[in-house]
Design a protein around this ligand. Structure first.
Ligand code: NAD
Ligand code: G6P
Ligand code: MN
Length: 452
């Protein structure tokens, strides 16, 4: 069996140890000969790498391990690039969340103005990774889960149309895990789903078991009362009170369209007033993550390095992250696995922009994804998606052309923002905060009555 060489871009990510443990648990299904970490922050990466080197020595000493900040060393001789970078790190995520909140608008990592700001930082970072891959390992595939995935996917479609990049999100996977628990199934793989939308913006329309029995009625009955909250235990990633609140709020999103089951992220667009009221502008999710996951992961990694062993260490496998292995295997072994990916629409949703990047089921094989046909979608979803996809396209347009007006239009079109005036106030604060990361934006005209 061929053994694969992988580089994890964003080696210093809080998710890296969980993914490494998951890869090591799946070596029988997906053998690895070389694992490399790449990051542009040597100090941050060195802590995660120091611990992972010891983990690998204990569990699979035959795997060659390298951590580097040199693109040539990182991207040479690889079959897969697993990319999860966060350009600007948590310090910038905190500003993405707090600046809009200061203006009474949703402050969120991937939705609304925060997601737009993050997108303007991520595009350049991810395109750089694509270019390194194509320069040093032209036959490799990139599995990208760097956020905001919707904007990153549109950027690669438009600016690197021939690159071998697959954009994927774990929210549907994590939600399907919860659904399978609600249904008392042993795995989400016992469900066959129909789903459509944009990334962090979609709906399940049909869920059946392997015999074809409709599982939607039982799920809907649960969701009507409890959202996606289940006492059967969450995955390790979405456990805090704030995630619980998100899973519970699904009741209201569901009530708006009881024909379908919604992605959790729709709450930010449909109930932005509720979200703002329940946000603490002094302590947002970024603070929760820095005080929680980041401290925990880096603390445990430092312990591993200090004691030179993993004894008593609480770092755990990211179980639900095994979808990454499913995706890599689909490419490597032409498995034709059915997975939700973010791909160019090209008519899969008949009554929707063929150039939109949509999240839909695909059959994945060695040549990449084959999207399944969705047919026509209802007016409500179509209207919401047209507005949101326009936001995403305008962000990429603004980045590519350096246009202030395009980005102002993007913010104004976001359903989370009440007016062009508020959009501009937020934008001007975001420009100031992102000076180091965004391309310079040229203004074609000024607001005449800005202070009225
Ligand atoms: P993190 O800040 O802990 O890790 C990100 C790493 O990327 C950091 O070590 C940073 O130094 C590095 N980095 C930043 N810019 C870089 C660049 N230009 N080149 C190389 N490395 C760079 O963040 P995290 O919370 O662990 O999340 C990592 C990423 O994964 C984020 O983009 C997050 O949004 C994403 N994520 C996506 C999904 C999904 O469903 N698609 C799920 C979980 C996390
Ligand atoms: C889900 C989403 C990701 C997002 C993550 C945020 O998994 O699919 O796209 O990055 O949640 O989690 P966090 O714990 O960092 O707020
Ligand atoms: Mn996601």
């Amino acid at each position: 069996m061929k053994k694969y060489s992988i580089v994890i871009a964003g080696g210093g990510s809080t998710f890296t140890p969980g993914i490494v443990l998951m890869l090591l648990d799946n070596l029988n299904k997906f053998p690895i000969r070389k694992l490399k970490f790449y990051d542009n922050d040597e100090e941050r990466q060195s802590i995660v790498a120091g611990a992972c080197e010891i983990i690998i020595k204990e569990k699979a000493p035959e795997i060659e391990f390298v951590a580097t900040t040199d693109p040539e060393e990182a991207f040479t001789d690889v079959d897969f690039v697993m990319a999860h970078i966060r350009v600007g790190k948590y310090a910038m995520r905190e500003l993405d969340e707090k600046i809009p909140l200061k203006h009474g608008v949703v402050g969120q990592e991937t939705c609304g103005p925060g997601g737009i700001a993050y997108g303007m930082r991520s595009i350049g970072g991810v395109l750089e990774l694509v270019d390194y891959m194509e320069q040093y390992s032209p036959n490799a595939w990139m599995l990208n889960y760097s956020n905001p995935a919707a904007i990153v996917a549109e950027a690669t479609r438009r600016l690197r149309p021939n690159s071998k990049i697959l954009n994927i999100c774990d929210m549907p996977v994590a939600t399907e895990d919860l659904m399978s628990k609600i249904l008392g199934l042993s795995s989400r793989k016992e469900m066959n789903v129909r789903y459509y939308g944009l990334n962090h913006f979609g709906w399940w329309t049909d869920i059946r078991d392997n015999d074809g029995n409709d599982l939607m009625p039982k799920l809907k009955e649960h969701v009507r009362q409890y959202g996606y909250v289940t006492n059967a235990g969450q995955n390790e990633q979405h456990i805090e009170a704030s995630w619980n609140d998100t899973f519970l709020k699904v009741r209201d999103t569901y009530a708006m369209d009881p024909e379908t089951l919604p992605n959790t992220y729709l709450k930010y667009y449909l109930f932005p007033d509720y979200v703002v009221e329940h946000s603490n502008s002094e302590y947002t999710r970024a603070n929760e993550v820095m005080d929680g996951r980041e401290k925990f992961v880096f603390g445990e990694c430092e312990k591993v390095i200090k004691q030179q062993s993993t004894e008593g260490i609480k770092l755990h496998t990211d179980d639900h992250a095994s979808y990454i292995v499913d995706l890599a295997r689909a490419i490597a072994y032409n498995t034709h696995e059915r997975m939700l990916l973010i791909v160019e629409n090209k008519g899969a949703i008949e009554n929707f922009d063929p150039t939109a990047m949509v999240e839909i089921p695909c059959i994945v094989g060695s040549n990449g994804p084959e999207p399944l046909s969705i047919g026509t979608i209802p007016q409500f979803q179509k209207g919401l998606m047209e507005q949101q996809v326009s936001v995403e396209k305008l962000v990429v347009e603004a980045w590519a052309t350096g246009s202030y007006q395009r980005l102002w239009q993007a913010l104004t079109l976001s359903k989370t923002v009440p007016s062009a005036k508020v959009a501009k106030d937020i934008l001007d604060d975001l420009i100031e905060a992102n000076k180091e990361y965004w391309p310079e934006l040229k203004k074609e005209a000024e607001l005449v009555t800005a202070n009225v």
